[in-house]
Write a protein that binds this ligand. Structure first.
Ligand SMILES: [Zn+2]
Ligand SMILES: [Zn+2]
Length: 297
C-alpha cells in the first residue's frame, strides 16, 4: 500500500477507534490480531501480530527479539515464541525499530520477564526512557524502559555467531533504526535481510520551520533525505519492516503455500517501497515549503 494511503488510513483508524469505547485509541485492529508465527529463513522467525512485526533470531547462545510492540503485545509475542518451540527466557537481547508506542510499548514488560539487555539507537534512547513522553509528535506514551547499551550508526549486535547491524535511519523518529543481517537459504545461499525501521512523515510532522512554528526537530528534512540514501545503498534480498504493510506481509503469506519461502525474496519490492516512500516525503516537503513561502510573503 502506498505510504500516503497508509498514513491517511492511520488517521482514519485513529478517528474510528476513538469513537469506539472498546478499542484502544489510535490502535489499528490489525496491530492486535494474532498471526500464526513462522520461520522466514535460516534462524529468523516472525512472532508479531498481523501488522505489527516482531522478529525472533535464534542462536546457540540465546535469542534476540526485535520489537516489543504495544504495551499489550508481550503475551501475544510470548505465545508465538513458545508455539515455535523456543523459550521466552532464552531472549538475551531486545532491539527495536523505533521508539513509538506500537514498536516499543511492551519493552519494559519483556525486559522484566526475560532479563534481556535492551540496546537502542543513540537518538531514540531518551524517548524510550521517557516512555514516549518527550515525543515531538505527541503519540501515545508507554511504560518507560531502561536502555542497557546505546547504539550508534553502523554498530553491530553479536550473539552466538549471528551479527546484526544497526543503521540509523532518522526522520520518523530521531533514532529510527533499520536492521540488517544475513541468513542462509535452504540451498545454502547467503541472503541479505533488511528490516526497515520506518520512513513516513506523519500528517502533523513539520518538515519546514516557519516563524513561530519550528520544525518537528531541527534537521528533520535532512534526516529523511539521509535515510532514503542509506536505504538505497543497502543490499536487500529479504525485505522486511516494522509493519507488515511495508513489505506486503499478508499478500506474501497468501502466496507462501504455492510459491514457498522464496516469497520473502523481494529486492524489487524493496526498491519500490523506497521510491514510493521518498516520493511521498518529497511531495510533503514541497507542499510545506510552498506554504512557508506564502506565509513569509
Ligand atoms: Zn512510528
Ligand atoms: Zn508504527
Amino acid at each position: 500500500m502506498p505510504l500516503r494511503r497508509l498514513v491517511s488510513l492511520f488517521a482514519v483508524v485513529c478517528f474510528l477507534t476513538s469513537l469506539s469505547a472498546f478499542a484502544a485509541p489510535g490502535v489499528d485492529p490489525e496491530w492486535t490480531t494474532p498471526q500464526k508465527p513462522f520461520r522466514i529463513a535460516g534462524n529468523l522467525y516472525y512472532v508479531g501480530s498481523r501488522d505489527l512485526a516482531s522478529y525472533l533470531i535464534t542462536t546457540p547462545d540465546g535469542d534476540i527479539l526485535i520489537n516489543a510492540n504495544l504495551p499489550s503485545s508481550p503475551p501475544q509475542i510470548r505465545a508465538s515464541v513458545e508455539a515455535l518451540g523456543f523459550r521466552w527466557k532464552n531472549i538475551k537481547i531486545l532491539l527495536n525499530s523505533h521508539a513509538h508506542f506500537d514498536h516499543t510499548g511492551g519493552s519494559a514488560q519483556i525486559l522484566r520477564e526475560t532479563g534481556a539487555k535492551f540496546m537502542v539507537m543513540d537518538s531514540d534512547v531518551k524517548l524510550v526512557e521517557s516512555g514516549g513522553a518527550i515525543d515531538f509528535d505527541h503519540l501515545h506514551t508507554y511504560p518507560p524502559a531502561h536502555v542497557d547499551r546505546i547504539l550508534h550508526d553502523g554498530d553491530t549486535v553479536r550473539l552466538g555467531g549471528t551479527v546484526l547491524t544497526a543503521h540509523k535511519t532518522p526522520g520518523h523518529t530521531r533514532g529510527c533504526t533499520t536492521w540488517t543481517m544475513q541468513v542462509k537459504s535452504r540451498s545454502g545461499r547467503t541472503l541479505n535481510v533488511v528490516i526497515v525501521g520506518g520512513v513516513a512523515a506523519l500528517s502533523d510532522y513539520r518538515l519546514v520551520a516557519t516563524p513561530g512554528h519550528p520544525a518537528s526537530y531541527p534537521g528533520i528534512a535532512q534526516d529523511f533525505k539521509h535515510t532514503f540514501a542509506t536505504l538505497r545503498a543497502l543490499p536487500c534480498d529479504i525485505f522486511l519492516g516494522a509493519h507488515g504493510s511495508y513489505f506486503n506481509l499478508q499478500e506474501k503469506l497468501a502466496k507462501l503455500p504455492i510459491e514457498g519461502p522464496s516469497v520473502w525474496i523481494d529486492p524489487a519490492g524493496y526498491r519500490r517501497f523506497i521510491n514510493e516512500s521518498q516520493q511521498d516525503f518529497e511531495q510533503d516537503l514541497k507542499a510545506q515549503e510552498q506554504k512557508a513561502k506564502i506565509k513569509s510573503m
